[in-house]
Design a protein around this ligand. Structure first.
Ligand SMILES: CCCCCCCC(=O)SCCNC(=O)CCNC(=O)[C@H](O)C(C)(C)COP(=O)(O)OP(=O)(O)OC[C@H]1O[C@@H](n2cnc3c(N)ncnc32)[C@H](O)[C@@H]1OP(=O)(O)O
Length: 219
């Protein structure tokens, strides 16, 4: 089936031609070129996050750790840059695009038909009793939806609502897959849905959202 037949008013004239000046200064995000040391740093920081929420060190070790982290802050602080210039979030080859905020998942399908990503929730994402925190799932879905609408060729939009059904406990340290696509487009509105499954195909959560195209001047 042809793309337009399946989705109706899908590929708009504005696709890929966003006027960023009209979006309240929305920065233009371009892929970042970094060496392998960047992925090494992000990976180490993720492990540090896991340890920060899962260890109970002695006061001496806490003091030592605090001093080392403060030294790291002093090292990095002079290199602060405005939004859009940092590599974090712009390294497509890295889990979570190299952003510590994003789940460390890897995109394995990215086109107008939909986006699929694979990865794990880690100790850092613990909610209770071995399950991922309920607030981490909207993060996974919302970021996926941003990619889905970008891959579909929709203009810059923001999430107006996001509805999640938590069907089963989402386990930590277990490979999972999330996949979604555009359901329909109505003027400025893009309706998107996605499903989170385990490797056996069991649905853990599903989500639907509305993204609304920004008007001139909307931030
Ligand atoms: C590369 C960049 C990727 C960026 C991806 C970002 C993903 C995000 O997570 S964004 C962060 C979270 N979202 C936000 O902060 C958004 C905050 N909200 C807003 O900015 C505004 O409410 C915004 C832009 C969504 C819509 O505002 P506005 O332009 O005034 O919309 P408005 O004219 O009221 O509504 C437009 C249409 O959407 C509908 N609509 C808007 N909000 C809702 C809602 N919550 N529920 C149902 N329908 C809605 C309206 O009914 C209307 O429909 P119709 O055209 O059929 O009458």
């Amino acid at each position: 089936m042809r793309f337009e037949e399946r989705y109706g008013e899908a590929v708009t004239d504005s696709a890929g031609k966003d006027d960023y000046e009209h979006h309240g200064g929305f920065p233009r995000y371009t892929p970042a070129e970094v060496g392998p040391e960047y992925g090494r740093l992000v990976d180490a920081l993720r492990t540090l996050q896991d340890l920060a929420v899962s260890t109970a060190p002695t006061p001496e070790v806490i003091e030592d750790a605090a001093e080392r982290v403060e030294a790291l802050i002093d090292l990095l602080k002079p290199f602060a840059v405005p939004e859009g210039e940092q590599p974090a979030g712009r390294v497509l080859s890295l889990p979570g695009r190299g952003s510590l905020l994003m789940l460390p998942w890897t995109v394995e399908k990215f086109d107008a038909e939909g986006v699929r990503s694979r990865g794990m929730f880690r100790r850092y994402h613990l909610g209770g009793n071995g399950a991922a925190h309920g607030g981490t799932l909207p993060l996974l879905f919302d970021d996926l939806f941003g990619m889905i609408q970008h891959a579909y060729g929709r203009p810059i939009s923001r999430t107006a609502y996001l509805h999640i059904n938590y069907r089963k406990i989402t386990p930590l340290d277990t490979e999972l897959v999330v996949e979604g696509s555009v359901d329909k487009v109505e003027g400025r509105k893009t309706f998107i849905s996605a499903v989170l499954k385990d490797r056996e195909g069991t649905v853990l959560a599903d989500c639907e959202a509305l993204m609304v195209q920004l008007l001139k001047g909307q931030p």
